[in-house]
Design a protein. Structure first.
Length: 284
């Protein structure tokens, strides 16, 4: 059995929607998968992001996700990675989703809520994984030990721009900068802005500037990526909705970037919102 899994990048939080809001982006990792009868052992080839850096054994993230689905047979993977690693664009979630979908496909199983559950368990939250699985805008939450998510259709006027620095960032490190408690006023602010963000992304992008305003996590993480926060503040002062993408250090903005904002050191890319999520295509 041979097939290609194509998985979109994702952005999460989108301001105050910490671990709850996500959106799929038109940047893709592709994994050519061969498995089942006639395939023995394990082989992995990686090109693009992570080449020469990621492990090529059972500890590879895609392989770990395949095994988490219960598939134990032979496996040959060829990974074509375009999503930058450790930049806040959901590269790990994309790898996990690719592995989960590959495992389900190899076992002849339709994707269901267990696919999200398995993927989300790797990261402890479902926002990026749900976006890569379902596409569009997602709202994620947990009920006890069960991860849940719903998809919403993005407004066609939502026009993301990502500003990707060369600097890498660790989710574990940036989470360590967050306080155990926040003021009640900041929590209330976050609840209102996260709800508004859903409306803005799906119905009325004109309120994205207010919707992406955050007091919950970005300022606490500024020591990890000061240039990111500088660019966000400069954009927002000029009326451009902007926030940190996931755990950073990438900036996500909406609309045109004013020429007076200094984006030196950032790779600026305009992306579509991916509306379809993960896709599987048979290979001859």
């Amino acid at each position: 059995m041979k097939f290609l899994v194509s998985v979109p990048a994702s952005t999460a939080n989108l301001g105050s929607g910490f671990d709850a809001l996500g959106m799929a982006l038109g940047m893709y990792d592709e994994v050519e998968v061969a498995g089942g009868e006639g395939v023995d052992g394990l082989s992995i080839v990686v090109d693009g992001a992570g080449s020469g850096e990621v492990p090529l054994d059972e500890t590879h993230l895609v392989v770990r996700a395949v095994r988490a689905t219960g598939y134990t047979g032979g496996l040959a993977l060829r990974c074509h990675n375009t999503i930058p690693h450790a930049r806040g664009l959901g590269s790990s979630a994309a790898a996990i989703v690719a592995g989960v979908v590959a495992g389900f496909t190899l076992m002849g199983r339709e994707l269901d809520t267990d696919a999200l559950q398995i993927a989300a368990e790797f990261e402890g939250h479902a926002d990026n994984a749900a976006a890569s699985l379902y596409g569009g805008v997602v709202v994620a939450w947990s009920e006890g030990e069960r991860y849940r998510a719903v998809r919403a259709e993005p407004d066609a006027r939502v026009r993301p721009v990502v500003l990707i620095p060369s600097q890498e960032s660790s989710t574990k490190t940036t989470r360590g900068l967050l306080p155990a408690e926040v003021p009640h006023a900041d929590a209330a602010h976050a609840a209102g802005r996260a709800a508004l963000a859903v409306h803005a992304l799906t119905r009325d992008p004109s309120v994205l500037l207010a919707a992406t305003e955050d007091r919950l996590h970005q300022n606490y993480r500024e020591p990890a990526w000061p240039d990111t926060v500088r660019v966000i503040n400069d954009l927002r002062k000029l009326g451009v909705p902007a926030c940190v993408s996931g755990a950073g250090p990438t900036v996500i903005a909406f609309g045109d970037l004013p020429a007076e904002v200094d984006v030196h050191g950032f790779d600026v890319r305009r992306l579509d919102v991916d509306a379809s999520g993960v896709r599987v295509r048979p290979l001859d």
